[in-house]
Design a protein around this ligand. Structure first.
Ligand code: BMP
Length: 260
């Protein structure tokens, strides 16, 4: 039986990675496969949004380097909200350097990403050493990594043989828990796909973003987590209403996939 036909609960029970186990458990408890992409500019906005939308999401995805007044207290407060609302933290850092450099970037600097982000991600452009470098920092802390096997934007170059290389590297590195991409990529082990570029209303934006619906992504393509940003907090939107709508749409798309 394909992983796409199994429940999140079943997959969590048989998974060997602690972050993947926890993610599946949260998804099942909250009946949510929704991740919020919280791309706001200040600490206060990020905390307010995370607190409001927290009850409806399984993962809060951050770009911590866009917060103009970042400080260590922001991280402490995000961790409090993650426990309060039962979600994981995913820093969308997109590491892309040699293994030695990404080790420094992941564990150190002002953001100390490995200390608080359950999940982060990388491009495999530098070769497999990037995964090994990140794993040296992340495995002892019980973290997980996603590879950017594809992107959602128009004209993106992660296709064909490059995407295939991502899959091969993911399968043989235990630190990798899955992918950013548009579909389920392999049955060789249970690698989780998270998909950005999800929207119910708009087709895209002026800078190349392209949106597809939860049904296309989860039911048809077998992806596991939908990542939604401006569809939830964009101009004129009520974030709580929209988060509930996306959570319900994502869950319905998942149930439809199970019961076909
Ligand atoms: P929005 O739903 O507002 O378009 O936001 C999408 C989010 O997902 C952004 O944070 C962006 O950086 C991220 N993202 C993406 O859009 N496409 C990708 O291929 C990979 C991403 O991380």
């Amino acid at each position: 039986v394909s992983y796409s036909q199994m429940t999140y609960a079943q997959r969590g029970k048989q998974h060997t990675n602690p972050v993947a186990q926890e993610l599946f458990a949260i998804m099942e408890r909250k009946r949510s496969n929704l991740s919020l992409a919280a791309d706001v500019a200040t600490k206060a906005e990020l905390l307010a949004l995370a607190d409001k939308v927290g009850p409806y999401i399984c993962v809060l995805k951050t770009h911590i380097d866009v917060i103009s007044d970042f400080d260590a207290d922001l991280v402490a407060q995000l961790q409090v909200l993650a426990s309060k609302h039962d979600f994981l933290l995913f820093e969308d850092r997109k590491f892309a350097d040699i293994g030695n450099t990404v080790k420094l970037q992941y564990g150190g600097g002002i953001y100390r990403i490995a200390d608080w982000a359950h999940i982060t991600n990388c491009h495999v452009i530098p070769g497999e050493g990037i995964i090994q470098g990140l794993a040296e920092v992340g495995i002892p802390k019980g973290r997980g990594l996603l590879l950017l096997a594809e992107m959602s934007s128009k004209g993106m170059l992660a296709t064909g043989a490059y995407t295939d290389k991502n899959i091969e590297m993911a399968v043989r590195n235990d630190f990798v828990i899955g992918f950013i991409g548009s579909r389920r990529f392999t049955e060789e082990r249970d690698l989780i796909t998270m998909t950005p570029g999800v929207g119910l209303h708009a087709a895209g934006d002026a800078l190349g973003q392209q949106y597809r619906t939860p049904e296309m992504i989860v039911t048809e393509n077998g992806s596991d987590v939908i990542i939604v940003g401006r569809g939830i907090y964009g101009p004129g939107k009520d974030p709580v209403t929209e988060a509930q709508r996306y959570r319900d749409a994502g869950w319905a798309a998942y149930e439809k996939r199970l019961f076909v």
